[in-house]
Design a protein. Structure first.
Ligand code: HSE
Length: 439
């Protein structure tokens, strides 16, 4: 430390939970390496926290009474917002920007919902709001899309972008563990959101997908238009049937360019079991990006957790320190594209999106039901890729019938499902899971 002639950059960390604690420790442990990269020492001038973190030795670090004391501290040049949530975090970040401070945040909800407002304000004040840690934990996927793939017209992005959900699905599939039990473990490991329904109902993934789509396609952040479906209704029966058909079920966020608009959807998805991404398990995340020049790329790494997320926060800090002396007009735009050059191409409703489908139908054990189902599909021009009929279940005498269709518009499969559910030989709701080949 202290090896640079320029003064250290003083940062303030708001929140010393999982990510805040990890950031504190990585900044301390790797101080010398980080300074050699940034060209200046990075000093933690102050921290603000609700409660101390037993994993951090904060002796000697000044503590603020609250986050607003920290953002008003004239010494602090960069505010690291790691308190999570939307309303207090928004207030805090706006105040930091107003005070002329740069901001680094891991807050995906904040960026997905209020990013457009925050970036506009940051531009006015000539400061940076950096958010690498908001998407896919430690994977530098924001930087990769925003800078590394800047020459491409991006066609689609598809990713496992919620570590908790992937951890739950992997443990259920590999070890037959119960959903609630695995979720508890994910919470203890610091993977899950404060409200874990954000993880299991796909909201967290939709926040991240909103951000990815914006930087991939140059569109405003439109979280309210994302279609969101979680993993809480998946059954082990469907996981097993998918395996038997050569697929694996992953919870994916998919953003795709089409002639009519952009698809923005989060849902459980069958993908061929031999795809690399189908084999990304546990808390690992993986994001595929397909560009017209580069083709398909895959970015993989830990999607949640203390130090993996801190890795991204600290990388942002280094970026901010390097850019501090640059002309604000010539910095990398927050959302990759120049703010006055965003596209107004619409986000499509889910009914206009296109996918292949896995359907599971519970049929009465008498002749003709399969023929009626096949007729419903053929009348709507829906091709069947594969079909599997199981033995009648002992407990109810019903026959599970599993079909995989070719690609079709969602509204077309909705109509077909309604017609199937109206058949006398079909009992209950038809289970539908989208299928993507990702090739
Ligand atoms: N709850 C999030 C996840 C944390 O499980 O992916 C990282 O954003």
């Amino acid at each position: 430390m202290g090896s640079f002639s320029v003064k250290p950059v003083k940062v303030g960390i708001c929140g010393l939970g999982t990510v805040g604690g990890g950031t504190f420790n990585v900044l301390k442990r790797n101080a010398e390496e980080i300074a050699r990269r940034a060209g200046r020492d990075i000093e933690i001038a102050q921290i603000a926290m609700r409660s101390s973190n037993p994993k951090c030795d904060i002796a000697g670090t000044p503590i603020a009474a609250d986050v607003f004391e920290l953002v008003d501290n004239p010494e602090v040049e960069v505010v690291v917002e790691l308190i999570g949530g939307c309303s207090l975090a928004r207030e805090l970040v706006l105040k930091a920007i107003d005070n002329g401070k740069h901001v680094v945040t891991a807050n995906k909800a904040l960026i997905a919902v209020h990013g457009d407002e925050l970036f506009a304000k940051a531009r006015e004040k000539g400061v940076i709001v950096a958010f690498e840690a908001a998407v896919a934990g430690g994977i530098p996927v924001i930087k990769a899309i925003r800078e590394g793939l800047a020459g491409n017209r991006i066609n689609w992005v598809a990713g496992i972008i919620n570590g908790t959900g992937n951890f739950i699905l992997s443990e259920m599939r590999e070890k037959g563990r119960a959903f609630a039990d695995v979720l508890k473990e994910a919470q203890a490991l610091g993977y899950a959101e404060a409200d874990p329904t954000f993880d299991v109902e796909g909201i967290d993934a939709a926040h991240k997908l909103t951000i990815l789509a914006s930087i991939a396609f140059g569109i405003p952040l439109q979280f309210d238009k994302a279609y969101t479906e979680g993993i809480s209704r998946l059954t082990s029966a469907d996981v097993g049937y998918a395996e038997a058909l050569g697929y694996r079920i992953k919870h994916l966020g998919i953003a795709r360019r089409t002639a009519e608009g952009f698809e923005l959807r989060v849902h459980p998805t069958l993908i061929p079991a031999d795809r690399l991404i189908a084999n990304v398990n546990g808390v690992m995340n993986a994001v595929m990006v397909n560009g017209d020049a580069v083709g398909s790329t895959l970015f993989c790494g830990a999607g949640a957790g203390m130090e993996p997320t801190a890795s991204a926060v600290v990388a942002d800090l280094v970026d901010v320190v390097r850019a501090m002396t640059s002309d604000p007009e010539n910095r990398v735009p927050h959302l990759a594209f120049q703010p006055d050059a965003l596209s107004a191409h619409p986000i499509l409703p889910i009914s206009s999106c296109e996918s292949a489908y896995y359907l599971r139908i519970q049929a009465k054990d008498h002749p003709g039901v399969l023929a009626q189902v096949a007729t419903i599909l053929s009348e709507r021009g829906i091709n069947i890729e594969s079909i599997m009929q199981k033995e009648a279940e002992e407990h109810d005498g019903l026959v599970p019938m599993i079909l995989v269709t070719h690609r079709v518009r969602e509204r077309c499969i909705d109509e077909a499902i309604a017609a199937m559910e109206a058949l006398e030989g079909v009992v209950g709701k038809v289970v539908r899971i989208r299928v993507e080949q990702l090739n």
